[in-house]
Ligand binder design. Structure first.
Ligand code: UDP
Ligand code: MG
Length: 329
């Protein structure tokens, strides 16, 4: 890049992907050389504990078009993508995984669509066969729930693998939220969008970096950043339960008036007390989830902390000296 603005940048979040970086570059570079006039590849090391950072230094030394930003710890893929977008000034930015599950060759088709005027070109996975059956079930349930609750419809099969025009990138960067559900954000910004179907390949090396715990957090962030229905639903539940309680009360009054006082009824009493207690705790839990997220937002901590920049400045310009321990919102 050497100061000049690249036409295309590819942002790749990496978390313990040392053995995938070089195979990815070997396949990605020829594609970019064919597809555009000039390019840069920005890796975001999301606090890896393996040799990822050393490999990134090596690939940057060999080719200045490959740059990297390294976090002070693991901040998660969503935030790594945000950092990648902050560290490039290219005209269009592609985002892809490092494990070769996103075929680099598809980027050529992305660029063609971008040249045809689309600003939000997304890869549309045609199947989920590479995911484990449990994860597939989890994903299916989640997207059904999101369609029901979410206030932003998501295009089916769309994920992080995509190409965004500078205008779309700037719009995403303007969103300072901490709980970043990228899939929702890409859909929320709008712009002329189009899908390019692709088949997800098997992971080249290593294993998935998403534990079920991480996925659950991700799913909760997704629903809660794009829906307030879980907050509002309790007033409806409360109304239904109250009406039901009123009917029960009337029934008991009538029964007492007609056939006198009746002692049995402990079972129904305990069940209704527990039921109501359960509903109240659940609604408090939902409130807690939202309040926790509001708390995280109002603290206004930086989205991420950079430990080291390799071949790139804070604003995406080439920088000869890596800036250490600087933060950025
Ligand atoms: N990743 C990351 N931070 C994380 C988890 C994952 O940057 O905390 C990166 C990972 O290195 C890879 C991409 O995000 O480049 C997708 O991760 P992975 O392939 O493990 O997810 P899956 O394909 O199983 O959804
Ligand atoms: Mg993967």
């Amino acid at each position: 890049m050497a100061g000049a603005r690249s036409e295309i940048a590819v942002v790749v979040p990496v978390f313990n992907e040392a053995e995938n970086i070089e195979p990815l570059l070997a396949r990605l570079k020829p594609v970019l050389e064919r597809a555009c006039a000039s390019f840069e590849i920005v890796f975001v090391d999301d606090g890896s504990s393996d040799a990822t950072l050393a490999v990134l230094r090596r690939v940057n030394a060999a080719d200045a078009r490959v740059t990297a930003v390294s976090f002070s710890r693991n901040f998660g893929k969503e935030i790594a993508i945000a950092a990648g977008l902050d560290h490039t000034d290219a005209d269009a930015v592609a985002i892809m995984d490092a494990d070769l599950q996103h075929p680099p060759e598809i980027i050529e088709a992305f660029v063609a669509k971008w040249r045809a005027g689309f600003k939000n070109v997304y890869g549309q996975r045609t199947d989920r066969e590479t995911d484990s059956p449990l994860r597939r079930l989890f994903a299916k349930r989640f997207y059904r729930l999101f369609a029901l609750f979410g206030e932003t419809p998501l295009p089916p099969g769309a994920g992080d693998f995509r190409l965004l025009d500078r205008q779309a990138v700037d719009s995403l960067r303007a969103m300072g939220e901490r709980a970043r559900f990228s899939k929702g954000l890409y859909a929320w910004i709008g712009f002329s969008s189009i899908g390019v179907p692709f088949q997800v390949a098997e992971r080249a090396a290593g294993t998935t970096k998403f534990s079920y715990r991480k996925l659950t957090r991700f799913a909760l962030d997704g629903i809660m950043s794009f829906s307030t229905l879980p907050l509002k639903v309790w007033s409806y539940v409360g109304t239904v339960v109250s009406v039901f309680a009123l009917i029960m009360a009337l029934y008991f009054i009538l029964q007492t008036a007609i056939s006198g006082v009746d002692v049995p009824g402990f079972a129904s009493l305990i069940v209704s007390v527990m039921f109501l207690g359960g509903i109240q705790l659940l609604s408090l839990g939902v409130l807690g989830e939202y309040v926790g997220r509001i708390f995280a937002e109002v603290k206004r901590r930086p989205l991420y902390l950079v430990g080291e920049r390799i071949g790139v400045g804070e604003d995406g310009d080439a920088s000869p000296v890596p800036a250490r321990h600087r933060s950025r919102i």
